[in-house]
Design a protein around this ligand. Structure first.
Ligand code: TXA
Ligand code: MG
Length: 385
């Protein structure tokens, strides 16, 4: 199949003319990849069982993993769901359109091939103007998983999509790099307390503020215990494993405490090292120590002759002596880290390194989504220092 690629001239104001063909392909049961504010999606008609099969085939994805139906406005929600619980209304009012997916009891209109056999349906209303307009013009809800081959990082540029989907789908709509860079927050609103099934840019802190308290599915917090099933079936897969073995370096609580205790042995040691390094210090002790330990682990591995890379940050980059290093963004900006995360992981796959060592990040706010994706990529392989 020849994959057509169209480039949107002004992605904030796409013209209908530019999207008519893509909309027609979707309506007629074909597949179109398109930008959203989170990651690129691989779209097909959510009401067409055949389109869902094509999506699974193009991604090479197990078909028990349900798809998110994307809509452009509230009127399009009603036909898809049996009811809209109060929490769903509140969240839609506050965060739609935006990077939020909600789980509702499904109506008969939605085929089981879209929901992976479940009686619930995941629905999201994207705010990206190209995505939103395309869905409106298609006139059907659009099922769209991330537009990557199953097992690869989610695509955040049209080039990433091209690498994975060229020849497998009808069209790629190129709307430039996405804004957020990690997938939407998934919230189950069908129970008495809203439950986060996947962390994203609508954070637990934002939801707590709205509802007083929300629950978090245990699948997000750590490796799944034998026999325990995550509520979002997709969370059970080791979504993406880099070709190189990824290890996250995390600081122990006692390490952090010592770093903030003047007079402790570690405090003196690290202060001395920071002074010795003779640079104009902008780093805090925690970041400096983190970089030092990541570099140490990477250098040790390099000495065995392996090809090693590190994931560092703009602030810590200069501290590293290993050969291959990539900045994932600024430590001071969670937005920048989320934005670059998947591109950096793709980069390491292309570089063909054997081992990757990565700095870790605070897991509050957007950091919860960042650490969830990094932890999954690392298969929860963590070195505590
Ligand atoms: O940001 C996003 O959500 C992107 C863009 C393209 O919109 N889409 C995306 O789709 O991340 P996907 O297919 O890669 O992830 C969908 C997740 C999976 O983990 C799946 O298990 C979960 O949503 N999910 C879908 N329907 C569900 C349901 N009825 N109940 C629980 N989880 C569901
Ligand atoms: Mg995905």
């Amino acid at each position: 199949m020849d994959t057509k690629r169209i480039v949107i001239k002004d992605k904030e104001n796409p013209e209908d003319q530019e999207l008519f063909e893509a909309a027609r392909i979707l309506r007629e049961g074909g597949l179109v990849a398109f930008p959203t504010e989170t990651v690129y999606g691989l779209g097909g008609n959510a009401l067409d069982a055949d389109a869902a099969r094509k999506i699974y085939a193009a991604k090479g994805r197990p078909s028990d993993n349900p798809l998110i139906a994307h809509i452009s406005c509230m009127e399009e929600l009603e036909p898809l769901v049996r009811e809209i619980p109060e929490a769903g209304r509140v969240l839609a009012e506050k965060y739609w359109p935006g990077p939020l997916t909600m789980i509702f009891p499904k109506s008969d209109l939605v085929p089981y091939s879209t929901t992976g056999g479940l009686d619930t349906v995941a629905v999201r209303m994207p705010s990206d103007p190209t995505a939103n307009r395309l869905i409106r013009l298609a006139g059907v809800p659009v099922a769209a998983p991330s537009a990557n081959t199953s097992g690869r990082p989610s695509p955040t540029t049209a080039d990433h999509v091209w690498q994975d989907m060229n020849g497998k789908i009808e069209m790629i709509v190129d709307g430039g790099p996405v804004g957020i860079g990690v997938e939407s927050t998934i919230v189950d609103v069908s129970g008495p307390v809203p439950t986060i099934l996947r962390p994203g840019a609508i954070t637990q802190e934002m939801l707590d503020e709205l509802f007083g308290h929300v629950m978090v599915d245990p699948a997000i917090l750590g490796p799944m215990k034998e026999g325990v099933r995550p509520k979002a079936p997709g969370m059970k897969y080791k979504h993406y494993a880099p070709k190189g073995e990824l290890t996250l370096i995390e600081l122990k609580d006692e390490t952090i405490k010592a770093l903030y205790t003047p007079g402790s042995r570690l405090y003196s040691q690290v202060s001395r090292m920071m002074a010795d390094s003779g640079k104009n210090w902008k780093l805090d002790m925690e970041s400096f120590y983190m970089a030092w330990k990541v570099n140490e682990a990477a250098v040790q591995r390099e000495q065995t002759g392996a090809k090693v890379g590190v994931i560092c940050t703009d602030e810590t980059m200069d501290e590293y002596t290993v050969a291959v290093k990539r900045s994932i963004g600024r430590r001071s900006s969670q937005d920048s880290v989320a934005h670059n995360l998947y591109a950096v992981l793709r980069d390491f796959d292309d570089l063909g390194v054997d081992y990757i060592y990565s700095e870790s990040f605070a897991d509050t706010h957007l950091g919860s989504a960042i650490m969830n994706r990094l932890n999954k990529a690392a298969g929860y392989h963590i070195l505590m220092v």
